[in-house]
Structure formats: structure tokens, C-alpha cells
Ligand binder design. Structure first.
Ligand code: PLP
Length: 368
């Protein structure tokens, strides 16, 4: 095998510990490792994609995305997030992932500090590093919410603060008060806030607040992926103050040209069509959360009931995490999400209630 050379920025990044779990375990394994909806994309969205194919709407689109979709996203932001914006402020991307990537590429200079929570979504540290920046974790409090005072202490001189609520891997939903305090503090110090809201519709008791309501220098990242069970369609967007868009477009047009045309037409149907499937998925996730939470707390695990997304972050100790995975209960060790929570494991409840019950039963047997 030949030895190739790689950029240091890239070589220092590890492959995500989660992708490896896609194929983990034997035939009898119960996979609670994967962070994607187990629902099918709603039919009216599929039909819109089929129509786009049949009608030949399959060429390149404008780099920023088709105008129908950018308008639909503005209407969605007004309706659901109390945010006023114009299509010129929207850039349609290949999922939330591309939006996060191009923001880092466009804003981060070598050595710039990029803050995000630890534990947190795996991509933030990796993308900051690939962009040449310095990733820096911010600790959570005992309830797995952002420790606002600690976050403030790290804010001075940082380039970006990534806020993710509802949070992956914790399922925590931040309060209006915390979000406002973080955004105001960050923007006062010229720290750009990147607000990752991909789980906004999966909030069970509290209310979701968009960070852009509380500051002028906030970039909202979102996607059709989780909300409409469309992870494979690769369509998402960012919404930002208008002057950002031409610079972001430089990265996007050379790396991506445009998001998939067919997926963009499907996303128009998603954002403008019947929202009942979203309501149905939310209530299903909520019931599963309660099933899994009650099962795990009955076994003696002690942690607050998560308020959103479709994850549960459970303090169970490294030994038991390993034993569980060996016994075919596929969960993700906390070490995959940073350095501060190796004793925790993430359970995804985007799977059937039957699987959740069997996983709890198997864990119970292991603990006997
Ligand atoms: N942000 C968070 C917090 C996520 O958990 C994920 C996917 O797991 C993404 C962004 C990326 O989503 P997409 O599939 O739209 O790229």
C-alpha cells in the first residue's frame, strides 16, 4: 500500500464513532445507536419529488436554492420561529451538515476558537478543525443543560459559539432565558452564534426558541432531515444576516454548486404542505421517550427526563456500556461526543417501542 500525504488539519480528525455503529452487532442486535428517524418520508413530499423528476426539473438550480424554497423557508421561519427574513438571507444546502461546514469554512481563520458544548454533536469539533480553527468544549451542568456562566467565561475572543437546542446527544432543551443570555453576551463580544435547530420540532414539554430572536449576529442552521424524516434527501438551509450570504455562496458554489434539485422541490412540499405527519412523529417520539425513560429509571439509572430530540444520555459507567454493546444493545459511548462524559451513553429512541422494551429487558438481565 502506498503512503499518501494528507493535510494536518484533516489527519488530526478522527472518523465519527457513530458511523461505525451503523453495522454494529449480530443479527440479534438492537440498534439504539443511530440518530435518524425510523419513519418514512411523508407521501405528499415523495410525490412532489416524483413530479419534479417527471417534469424534467432536474438541472442545476440557482446556487442559493430555488426561489420557491427560499420563500417557503421564510414563511416557515415567520410562522414557526417568529423570525422575519427575506429570501436573500437564505442559502439552501445539502442538509444541516453542509450549512455547518460552509459557515466554518467562511468564518474561521487559522487558530480561531470555536465553542460548542461538550458533550455535543460530533461534527462541530471536526468541522472547526478541518477549517483550521481550534475547537473548544463548554461544559454542561448536572442536568445536562448549558452552564451559562461557564460558557460566558470562555466567550471572550472566540470566533463562533455553536448553540444546539434541542441538543444531541443530551436531549436537553435550553430555556428562553439561557438562550437570550448566551446570545446577548456572545454578540456583545463579537462572537457569532451558530444556532443548530435541526431537532426543533421534537420538544415535548417546553417551547423551542430560535436564538436569532435575541441577537443580530446569529446564523440559524436547520434541515428537512429530522423534521420530515428526510435524512437521505440531503436538503437543509441556513438563514443569516444578508451580508453573510455572498461570502457563504463562494464556498457553496465551488464545493457543491447547489443542493439536489429534486430534493429542493420535495422540501417545498414539506415546508408548505400538511404538517400533520410532524405532529404524529412528535407524539410517537414522546411516547417512546417515556417508555424508555421509565424502563431505565426502573432499572435504577438516575437522570433527568430529557425534554427533546430523540436521544437519552444515560449515566451508566464505562463497564456497563461495554457489556451492553457486547450483549447486542447498541448504544453510543459518551466518549464519541467529546471528553467530558465518558461514563454516559447515548440511547436513540428513533426505533420501535418493541425494540426499546427488549433493550431495557436485556440491560436488566445484564445487571442482575
Ligand atoms: N445537527 C445535529 C445536532 C445533528 O444531530 C445532525 C445529524 O445527526 C445534523 C446537524 C446534521 O443533519 P443533516 O442530516 O441535515 O446534515
Amino acid at each position: 500500500m502506498s503512503e499518501h500525504r494528507y493535510a494536518d488539519r484533516v489527519r488530526s480528525v478522527e472518523m465519527s464513532g457513530i458511523r461505525k455503529l451503523f453495522e454494529a452487532g449480530g443479527p440479534d442486535a438492537i440498534n439504539l445507536g443511530i440518530g435518524q428517524p425510523d419513519f418514512d418520508t411523508p407521501d405528499h413530499i415523495k410525490m412532489a419529488a416524483i413530479a419534479a423528476i417527471r417534469e424534467g426539473r432536474t438541472g442545476y438550480t440557482p446556487n442559493a436554492g430555488i426561489i420557491e424554497l427560499r420563500e417557503a423557508i421564510c414563511e416557515k421561519l415567520a410562522r414557526e420561529n417568529s423570525l422575519a427574513c427575506r429570501p436573500e438571507q437564505i442559502l439552501v444546502t445539502a442538509g444541516g451538515s453542509e450549512a455547518l461546514h460552509l459557515v466554518m469554512e467562511a468564518l474561521v481563520d487559522p487558530g480561531d476558537r470555536v465553542l460548542f458544548t461538550d458533550p455535543g454533536f460530533v461534527s462541530y469539533a471536526a468541522l472547526a478543525t478541518i477549517a483550521g480553527g481550534k475547537p473548544e468544549g463548554v461544559g454542561l451542568d448536572a442536568t445536562l443543560h448549558i452552564d451559562v456562566e461557564r460558557a460566558k467565561e470562555q466567550m471572550d475572543g472566540a470566533r463562533i459559539f455553536v448553540l444546539n437546542t434541542p441538543g444531541n446527544p443530551t436531549g436537553a432543551v435550553e430555556s428562553e432565558e439561557s438562550i437570550r443570555a448566551l446570545v446577548e453576551y456572545a454578540n456583545d463580544r463579537k462572537v457569532t452564534v451558530v444556532s443548530d435547530e435541526v431537532y426543533e420540532h421534537f420538544v415535548y414539554e417546553k417551547e423551542h426558541f430560535s436564538a436569532a430572536r435575541f441577537g443580530d449576529d446569529v446564523i440559524t442552521v436547520n434541515a428537512a432531515s429530522k423534521t420530515y424524516a428526510m435524512t437521505g434527501w440531503r436538503v437543509g438551509y441556513l438563514a443569516a444576516p444578508e451580508d453573510y450570504i455572498p461570502e457563504f455562496l463562494k464556498v457553496h458554489q465551488y464545493a457543491q454548486a447547489c443542493a439536489t434539485s429534486i430534493s429542493q422541490y420535495a422540501a417545498v412540499a414539506a415546508y408548505t404542505g400538511d404538517q400533520e405527519p410532524v405532529t404524529r412523529m412528535r407524539s410517537e417520539y414522546r411516547a417512546r421517550r417515556d417508555l424508555l425513560y421509565d424502563g431505565l429509571t426502573d432499572l435504577g439509572f438516575d437522570f433527568p427526563r430529557p425534554e427533546g430530540a430523540f436521544y437519552m444520555f444515560v449515566p451508566m459507567g464505562r463497564n456497563l456500556i461495554e457489556k451492553a454493546i457486547d450483549a447486542g444493545v447498541i448504544i453510543v459511548p459518551g466518549s464519541a461526543f467529546g471528553s467530558r462524559a465518558p461514563e454516559y451513553a447515548r440511547f436513540s429512541y428513533a426505533t420501535s417501542p418493541g425494540n426499546l422494551s427488549r433493550a431495557v429487558e436485556r440491560l436488566g438481565k445484564l445487571m442482575e
